[in-house]
Design a protein around this ligand. Structure first.
Ligand code: SAH
Length: 395
């Protein structure tokens, strides 16, 4: 097996079980590994550190897999890692009112570059590292064996694959194609999802817990759900007895699905109003009209894809939150989220504090929102923590 020796002093992160080695930390590669090949990573003093996937095209030149030298990275190793990840999701799926969740979450489950989402009897796969790509056939085999799905669909994120110099792929990998609209349930609410045409991998299951937590505050309230997608927050609020829910998103297909989901769950059509619009524009219109709400949800897309985009993203989050605060009656609630890994919770609080100052509001934090347990955060890999939110009372 090819050995890769790190520069002196660069072994620290690997010793602390961080799974990334940047290209700048490499002293020499003893041989010429293929991209995606498993290599032995050694410290400058030749001590074994870990096994990892090598990829000379990636900024993260090695993705570490296994710190125990005695283990073989063979099909049995993948079987065990996948089995452990699936077993850990039993708690999410335990009472049958949820049949969609993330079964495998990449580095957080010790499988760098592999994401597996379950949608009822179908699986959606993302292969985001050259190493995982090289064992794709084994992965499909293992998933068939352990889960017996009706179909396995490739929904790999294009940008992440480009970073690893992999072709962008999509389509059926095994079994039968899911129907155009596949019904799943989450916390007892029914959703149609479109795996092939939907965003991300079809559904944002990372907001499962937060939708439920917020719903508890919505009885008899007028709720504004911004960036609603297929209605995760809207539907939970309707179920908990919200007086009226206004949903805003710029995507027509997402809103069509939301419309279907309202009917699917039997909610009266007149309890929901949909605006296909840019959220910032719509919030300004509400302000001009004098329209107010009791609760506003802000769940925007990732504004900061990297640390370099942080300043711009901070301004965008600030403007958005300032506008939303301006639509709340005194004592109203704002549930505000960021799914940018580059914006940590302290930075996010600071941004919201600026927004409050600009809006001329006093704000209390009632609750902090996190990503759910099927998106675990490894203490040795803080980069895996990306979703955060605050429930605020705006005075
Ligand atoms: N809250 C949703 C997930 C939101 S994902 C849920 O619970 O499922 C982000 C959404 O923002 C996407 O649906 C996308 O279409 C929408 N979006 C992105 N930019 C937007 C903009 N400027 N105005 C309105 N919607 C936008």
């Amino acid at each position: 097996m090819v050995e890769v020796v790190l520069k002196k002093g660069k072994e620290k992160a690997a010793l602390q079980r961080h799974p990334w080695i940047f290209s700048g930390a490499i002293e020499k590669v003893k041989g010429s590994p293929l991209n995606g090949e498993v290599v032995r990573v050694l410290a400058a003093n030749a001590d074994f550190l870990a096994y990892g996937y090598y990829n000379e095209n990636s900024r993260v030149a090695i993705r570490l897999l296994e710190w125990d030298q005695a283990r073989n990275i063979d099909k049995g190793w993948y079987q065990q890692k996948i089995q452990t990840a699936i077993a850990a999701r039993k708690h999410v799926l335990k009472n049958g009112d949820t049949n969609t969740c993330r079964l495998v979450f990449s580095e957080a489950d010790f499988l760098p570059g592999l994401i597996v989402d379950q949608y009822a009897s179908y699986l959606s796969l993302q292969i985001l590292s050259a190493g995982m790509e090289s064992v794709k056939a084994d992965i499909i085999d293992i998933l068939r064996d352990q889960l017996n799905p009706l179909g396995i669909f490739d929904k790999s994120d294009a940008t992440a694959r480009t970073h690893e110099n992999l072709e962008v792929e999509q389509g059926l990998l095994w079994g039968e194609n899911p129907p155009e609209f596949l019904e799943v349930k989450e916390n007892g609410i029914r959703y149609n999802i479109n795996i092939a045409g939907g965003q991300k991998s079809g559904f944002y299951c990372d907001q499962r817990d937060n939708r439920l937590l917020l719903a508890d505050y919505t009885r008899d309230k007028r709720v504004l759900d911004c960036f609603s997608y297929s209605g995760g927050f809207s539907l939970n609020a309707l179920k908990q007895g919200a007086m009226h829910v206004t949903s805003v998103d710029s995507s027509a297909p997402a809103l069509e699905t939301l419309q279907q989901n309202i009917e699917l769950n039997g909610f009266a059509a007149d309890r929901n109003t949909i605006f296909q619009s840019d959220v910032n524009k719509q919030l300004r219109i509400f302000k001009e009209e004098g329209t107010t709400f009791d609760i506003v949800v802000l769940d925007p897309p990732k504004y900061a894809p990297s640390r370099s985009a942080l300043d711009r993203a901070a301004r965008a989050y600030k403007d958005l939150n300032r506008l939303a605060m301006g639509l709340l009656e005194s004592g109203g609630l704002l549930a505000t989220f960021s799914c940018s890994g580059a914006v940590d919770i302290d930075t996010f609080k600071q941004i919201i504090a600026w927004a409050a100052l600009d809006a001329g509001k006093e704000v209390q934090i009632l609750k902090q929102f996190n990503q759910p347990e099927d998106h675990p955060v490894r203490l040795s890999f803080p980069e895996g923590e990306y979703l955060k939110g605050l429930l605020l009372r705006v005075l």
